[in-house]
Write a protein that binds this ligand. Structure first.
Ligand code: SF4
Length: 359
């Protein structure tokens, strides 16, 4: 099939095979690829609404026993720069975010073996009790598995207890590239791809919505990026539990792995193929935190329908060398400047003031 016919097929929601995905990703003209992705996005959400959530990320500890080579944030146990916030310190940050209108918090950190399940249950119960209007979209598969190891309990039970304590949904952090060859090089102590997918499946079957991420631009090949999308697409076919896909690129500047930062053109190419290949994912997020708000604006023409969050406070990506930040006003200006209508959503994509995506 010619590239033009392949683009037409993908733009109208036709499912791409692995080989077709790789071919389009590697060989299609960037603007034609973007145009197909944008056409597909507008078919799915013709109202021209672009959503965002008012949220914050609270990195409660930087102590971690996983030691990923792409990470500049973590400190090993006993390191003098290691920190763990108290519950009161976390609650103070939640209050600050809630006062600014946040409806979602991401409490995420390293895999700190000193912290037991009860520590998180008490924290989440307090957040839920004191800030009932704030959804706890928190932790990651790595932290859930770390807790299962410390407590000698199955991950499903850890998730069920965290859910009972108030954790509403599980972010897709820690996926990086779900290909064993890549994980061995950049995060050898992290779980294998099947295990990451297995914990996601458990969360989804417990009724917790989840997202999926892809950190690209470290050592993976183009085929491995599509392989990552393929395993996510298969799980989504099975469960329908992913709300959004969030590709973001690796920031190398202060990491042990080093390397180069992906270009803006590469970022747009990844977004466009994500929209076309992940035909069963409803939302594609412009992860403006690494490429910046202006690239985030351009992303709205390459398949994205969501600007992510305001991210009032965040350390992991900033520690790797990213300096981007945004206020709510800036996000809205960026969206409106591109000709779309900015609308606030919550963690479950309920839109403010009865706005609609479909008409
Ligand atoms: S990316 Fe996460 S799991 Fe890996 S070293 Fe950093 S904090 Fe730890």
């Amino acid at each position: 099939m010619s590239l033009t016919r392949l683009l037409d097929k993908a733009a109208t929601g036709g499912r791409l095979t692995f080989e077709e995905g790789v071919r389009l990703y590697e060989r299609a003209d960037l603007h034609e690829l973007g145009s197909a992705a944008h056409a597909r996005r507008m078919q799915l959400f013709p109202s021209g609404v672009v959503t965002y959530v008012v949220d914050t990320t609270i990195n409660y500890t930087n102590i971690c026993n996983v030691h990923c080579t792409f990470c500049a944030f973590f400190r090993p146990e006993k390191h003098k720069e290691g920190y763990t916030m108290s519950h009161d310190q976390v609650l103070a940050r939640v209050k600050h975010a809630a006062d600014l209108g946040a409806t979602q918090i991401m409490i995420q950190g390293g895999v700190n073996p000193e912290l037991r399940l009860g520590w998180f249950e008490r924290l989440f119960s307090r957040v839920r009790g004191e800030f009932p209007g704030v959804d706890i979209h928190s932790l990651s598969v790595s932290e859930v598995i770390g807790l299962a190891q410390v407590e000698c309990l199955p991950t499903r039970e850890i998730l069920a207890r965290l859910k009972d304590a108030g954790m509403k949904s599980l972010p897709g952090a820690g996926a990086e590239i779900l290909v064993e060859r890549v994980r061995k090089r950049i995060s050898a102590r992290k779980v294998k791809p099947d295990r990451w997918l297995g914990v996601m499946r458990e969360a989804q079957l417990l009724g917790m919505p989840t997202t999926a991420t892809m950190m690209f631009g470290s050592i993976e090949t183009p085929e491995e990026r599509i392989e990552h999308m393929q395993v996510l697409r298969e799980l989504q076919d099975e469960t329908g539990g992913f709300t959004a896909f969030i590709p973001w690129y690796y920031v190398p500047w202060r990491t042990p792995l080093r390397g180069k930062e992906a270009s803006g053109l590469e970022y747009l190419r990844v977004l466009a193929i994500s929209r076309l290949y992940l035909d069963n994912f409803p939302h594609l997020q412009a992860s403006w935190l690494t490429p910046g708000l202006k690239m985030g604006q351009l992303a709205l023409f390459y398949g994205c329908d969501d600007m992510g969050g305001t991210i009032i406070e965040e350390r992991v990506v900033h520690d790797a060398g990213s300096t981007n930040e945004a206020t709510r006003k800036q996000l809205e200006e960026i969206v409106a400047g591109a000709g779309f209508t900015p609308v606030v959503r919550d963690t479950y994509w309920n839109l403010r003031d009865g706005a609609a995506l479909a008409s």
